[in-house]
Design a protein around this ligand. Structure first.
Ligand code: FAD
Length: 411
């Protein structure tokens, strides 16, 4: 049995950035990270991998190279959380006790929840940017697409990066246009949501784009089943169960339903009704266990689940745990900041940035709800090194500082 001051569960975007911060003040044995995977993915790059702009290799690094040297990595999974006794159980039977725990296990993809999907993903017409296993297929399917219907879906569950299901739709449309095939393909974006995007400012811009580019958008339309032999996708209408529709496809890009891992969902003391780690949305402290914190995709905060949000969350969480360690009141509050570069083509992007109230919280001193080359450049060439070199090293706390500097300069 091991013990430590701070235990981090999950070495993804959240776990990595928080552990980098703690590694500067704790000793190697005082900071333990439990992460089963040898590979760390910068998942935000998957959108560009699917469109053939970047390779899968560009999106990955070894876990050993991204976790801080001054920490102890245990390559295993937590199979049980025991917050009542400040401990966790690993799959190898070991137990770890802690003073503080940070839970950042992310979300699990549930391809199995859509009838026929796992089989369909082995055919050359169906793809998903969401998994490193399938993301490279997207570009293959896209290159082969000559005519018929290209269909893009958004599931009836919370998802990470709610913009990603439609980014690949715009990229496909642009790809077809560039290659002279656009007039032979019908494009459908079928989403479970009642809106095209949660923030009105960007939704207004996106409605104009889909209209101008002839993309059919069906709201409250949820993929339930696929027949891979006949190449038909079946949908239900979430407002009216009597309405069922089907589409034959030559390309089908699926965003699967998602949820936190079972090890979290099954622990009723740890989660809210929806199965997410139940934390205060401002302090990121658990509402029942004061030494339990959580950030990223698996926690209950109602922000848009993005790596961009984690930049801000990691600083809040780190400072608040330090306050508790020093016997002080917690001082930091997370405002729900999230950002989503809505790639709209091979050279264009809208840069959505907003807070808990779904109010725009933009960094740059010009309109971000317009398609611009510079946002595409940011997504493709600036954000990846920012992620690897600043965020994962614990020195990126979100763009607040950039926003303040730019405002000062303008004044
Ligand atoms: P993850 O990074 O997913 O890491 C979770 C880690 O926990 C994993 O390494 C996993 O192995 C580990 N784990 C799971 N269970 C256990 C266990 N029982 N014990 C121990 N470890 C465990 N974000 C943006 O900001 N901008 C974007 O443009 C963007 N685009 C995206 C596009 C796509 C296609 C996808 C898939 C995601 C995108 N994201 C984007 C979202 C971003 O990748 C996630 O929000 C972010 O990775 C969440 O970090 P996390 O630490 O919560 O989870």
């Amino acid at each position: 049995s091991l013990s430590c001051k701070v235990l981090i569960v999950g070495g993804g975007s959240g776990g990595c950035s928080v552990s980098a911060k703690f590694s500067k003040i704790l000793k190697k044995h005082e900071l333990i990270i439990v992460e089963p995977s040898d590979i760390h993915y910068y998942q935000a790059l998957f959108t560009l991998v699917g469109a053939g702009i970047r390779s899968l290799k560009d999106s990955l690094r070894s876990t050993a190279s991204v976790l801080p040297k001054n920490s102890t990595w245990i390559k295993d999974s937590v199979v049980e959380f025991k917050p009542e006794t400040n401990s966790v159980l690993l799959s190898n039977g070991d137990q770890i006790t802690y003073d503080y725990i940070v839970i950042s296990t992310g979300l699990i993809l549930h391809f199995e929840e859509i009838v026929g999907l796992n089989e369909a993903l082995t055919t050359p017409y169906v793809c998903s940017n969401y998994s490193p296993e399938y993301v490279e297929n997207t570009y293959k399917v896209l290159q082969k697409l000559e005519s018929g219907n290209a269909v893009f879906t958004y599931p009836d569950s919370p998802v990470k990066c709610p913009g990603a299901p439609q980014k690949i739709c715009y990229l496909t449309e642009d790809y077809l246009r560039i290659n002279g095939k656009r007039d032979k393909v019908n494009i459908y974006y079928n989403t479970s949501l009642p809106v095209i995007f949660g923030v009105k400012r960007y939704a207004d811009a996106l409605w104009k784009i889909v209209e101008n580019r002839g993309i059919h958008v069906n709201l409250r339309t949820n993929l339930v089943k696929i027949d891979p032999d006949k190449r038909i996708a079946y949908f239900e209408n979430l407002d009216n169960p009597d309405i069922k529709t089907q589409l034959e496809y030559n390309m089908l890009h699926v965003t699967p339903p998602m949820s936190p891992p079972n090890v979290i969902k099954k622990n009723k003391l740890l989660v809210n009704e929806a199965g997410f780690v139940d934390v205060d949305k401002n302090t990121l402290q658990h509402i029942r266990f004061p030494n339990v914190f959580s950030l990223g995709d698996c926690c209950s905060t109602p922000n848009s689940k993005t790596a961009a949000a984690i930049g801000c969350q990691s600083k809040v969480l780190y400072d608040n745990i330090n306050c508790l360690i020093d016997g002080k009141k917690m001082s930091r509050s997370y405002n729900g900041y999230a950002s989503c570069p809505l790639v709209t083509g091979y050279n264009s992007c809208i840069l959505a940035e907003f807070d808990y109230d779904l109010q725009p919280l933009e960094t740059l001193p010009f309109r971000q709800d317009q398609e611009r080359w510079i946002f595409y450049f940011l997504k493709k060439d600036i954000l990846p090194p920012l992620y690897w070199h600043l965020m994962l090293r614990g020195v990126w706390n979100g763009p607040g500082i950039v926003r303040k500097l730019l405002r000062l300069k303008l004044k």
